[in-house]
Design a protein around this ligand. Structure first.
Ligand code: FES
Ligand code: FES
Length: 165
């Protein structure tokens, strides 16, 4: 089967088994290794990407189901001249990364979260982390980073319709 979709803004074609997990296409055929394959069971969130702006675990997404969709990975998250998405910048500023294995998935999950929940409270940020595991257990700093990202956006008046880059 031929599957076509947009990948980080460019056309992408895959010829093969439509049940192939999207994460394997991203990593092994497109060499977008920012997307991590860790548990492969939908528990850890390390493989999170956006499919039509929704954060999804790419290990559970057969490539056939993204036919005609727009897929964004951590490599394609920022746009234009902006080097970092505000969530990425906030993680860096908060020193919220240790080994880095969870980082791309966290950023992809929380970039969708802050867009959809621009007024989220700290408990809501913590609750949103349920789908992403950090083996280094740096959760507090990650929550700090997301809270600070939202705070900065509020101060800058960027919360109309959520944070966009
Ligand atoms: S590798 Fe996909 S959720 Fe863990
Ligand atoms: S920083 Fe190591 S798994 Fe999260």
């Amino acid at each position: 089967m031929t599957v076509t979709f947009q990948l980080n803004g460019e056309g992408c074609r895959f010829d093969g088994d439509p049940m192939t997990p999207l994460v394997d296409i991203l990593r092994h055929e497109r060499f977008l290794t920012g997307t991590k394959a860790v548990c492969r069971e939908g528990f850890c969130g390390a493989c999170t990407v956006h499919v039509d702006d929704e954060a999804v675990p790419s290990c559970l997404k057969p490539v056939g189901l993204v036919h005609g969709c727009a897929v964004t990975t951590i490599e394609g998250l920022s746009s234009g001249n902006q080097p970092l998405h505000p969530v990425q910048a906030a993680f860096e500023a908060a020193d919220a990364v240790q080994c880095g294995m969870c980082f791309p998935g966290m950023v992809m999950s929380f970039s969708a979260f802050v867009r959809d929940n621009p007024h989220a409270s700290r408990p809501e940020i913590k609750a949103a982390m349920v789908g992403n595991i950090c083996r280094c257990t740096g959760y507090e700093r990650i929550v700090d980073a997301v809270a600070e990202c939202l705070d900065q956006a509020r101060k800058a008046g960027q919360l109309v319709g959520g944070i966009h880059v």
